[in-house]
Design a protein around this ligand. Structure first.
Ligand code: ACO
Length: 402
């Protein structure tokens, strides 16, 4: 009902782009996506090659520093991270302040912003050494924080990190192990977790990354910027979709596994029901990450010969959707979240932890993007304009005459 030409005249050359569908906020040399072709590359390397040949630690180095590391560089990065996995004992006490059933995402985000209070001498965004130590601290401590958020939610004792272990191994042990008890690492689990972390490591200017950059553009420190990104990620339209998918599959299963009725509901947009884990702002083709996950899911999903009935529902849903005009016309394909929840569940993670795992994977991307933004001389504080559509000027009326 607005007179657009009048509004434009009033606001000069301001363009409206709700949801930033067609507006680039920055130049970036980190991640390339061709959404029509289903292509994803980190620093030029195809995601398929990184998934097959690299490790999460190496991919983190690549994203943050721009090149694949040499053996010495990777060893040095690994050693630094292993040295910083411990949390300050006072930060450990912080977890006690949350209710017993606290969702681990806000716990994660709060603990990350609290980290900054322990390192007040290294918060200057323009001091390269301080940014470097903050990078290492975040990479090293987020798995510990994530594991403690989990332990808190199940009422189990915390485990100190074991720095003889790699990042994914340490995280699995701190999550599922018990103090003073040996924990047998399952190589299939370690490999699956490492792969999932690689696939989530960056995705250019998505909602949480744009949040990290926007908060950082005000020269807020790395901890606060990443903490804000974790909050953005928690939403069901973003990282929260991985748990929403599992809830959706569980709901269909509880209703007798009737996929067709559910799809009909989605198509009729009944009660705003969506096919969670489908659709993407940029991909108008199969999400390459979903393709990799689906291909490698068998090892975990069929471990010990036990298969999850929710996988059958997911496969059927995908098949129905890929052949249905509603989804075909709108170019809705499975995104990264469609199959990840099933794998996390098979690994023993409760639904509440799924988005925390996404955050662990996305951390190097957030750090790389924040550093690129801070180092870019073109960066200005992010400050979008608006088209004002409220009341025109009017006189104040005393409360007695309203
Ligand atoms: N189920 C049913 N219909 C859908 C879905 C879906 N999952 N996604 C989009 N649509 C429909 C919309 O209703 C719209 O239909 P219309 O033209 O009849 O109005 C059309 O497809 C276009 O969708 P938009 O909402 O305009 O697409 P947008 O780019 O704004 O949203 C998003 C992208 C948020 C990912 C959306 O597809 C969605 O909500 N998907 C489900 C949640 C999800 O899986 N999120 C994870 C994204 S990936 C990630 O963060 C890792």
């Amino acid at each position: 009902g607005y007179d657009i030409s009048k509004l434009l005249k009033e606001t000069g050359n301001t363009t409206v782009d709700i949801g930033f569908v067609n507006t680039a906020s920055c130049n970036s040399a980190i991640t390339y996506i061709d959404g029509d072709a289903g292509i994803l590359r980190y620093r030029g390397y195809p995601i398929e090659q990184l998934a097959e040949k690299s490790s999460f630690l190496e991919v983190s180095y690549l994203l943050i520093y721009g090149e694949l590391p040499t053996t010495e560089q990777l060893e040095d990065f690994d050693q630094k991270i292993r040295r910083h996995t411990l949390l300050h004992e006072d930060l450990k006490a912080f977890f006690g302040g949350f209710p017993r059933d606290a969702h681990p995402m806000p716990v994660l985000s709060s603990a990350v912003s609290a980290l900054g209070t322990f390192y007040q001498d290294s918060l200057d965004p323009f001091d390269k050494e301080q940014v470097e130590i903050s990078t290492v601290r975040l990479m090293a401590k987020l798995p510990t924080i994530a594991a403690y958020a989990y332990k808190k939610s199940v009422g189990q004792p915390f485990l100190y990190p074991d720095n003889s272990l790699s990042l994914p191994e340490n995280f699995l042990r701190m999550t599922f192990g018990f103090p003073a008890e040996p924990y047998d690492l399952d190589p299939d689990m370690v490999k699956a977790l490492d792969l999932l972390l690689i696939l989530h490591a960056d995705h250019e200017q998505n909602c949480s990354t744009s949040t990290v950059r926007l908060v950082g553009s005000a020269q807020a420190n790395l901890f606060n910027s990443v903490s804000a990104g974790i909050h953005a990620l928690s939403g069901p339209l973003h990282g929260g979709a991985n748990s929403a998918v599992l809830e959706m599959l569980g709901g269909i299963y509880d209703n007798g596994g009737d996929v067709d009725t559910f799809v009909k509901k989605v198509k009729n947009k009944e009660d705003g029901v969506k096919l969670m884990g489908f659709g993407h702002r940029v991909y108008k083709n199969y999400d390459p990450r979903a393709a990799i996950i689906k291909k490698s899911a068998d090892t975990i999903l069929n471990k010990d010969g036990v298969s999850d009935p929710l996988l059958d529902i997911a496969l059927k849903l995908e098949q129905v959707a890929l052949e249905d005009d509603y989804f075909v016309e709108r170019k809705l394909y499975p995104n990264v979240d469609f199959y990840t929840g099933l794998i996390y569940k098979a690994m023993g993670f409760p639904t509440k932890m799924f988005t925390v795992l996404f955050a662990l994977g996305r951390l190097p991307g957030w750090i790389a993007q924040w550093r690129e933004m801070i180092e870019d001389p073109q960066t200005k504080i992010g400050r979008p304009r608006q088209i004002y559509v409220g009341e025109t000027e009017r006189d104040y009326t005393p409360i007695s005459s309203r």
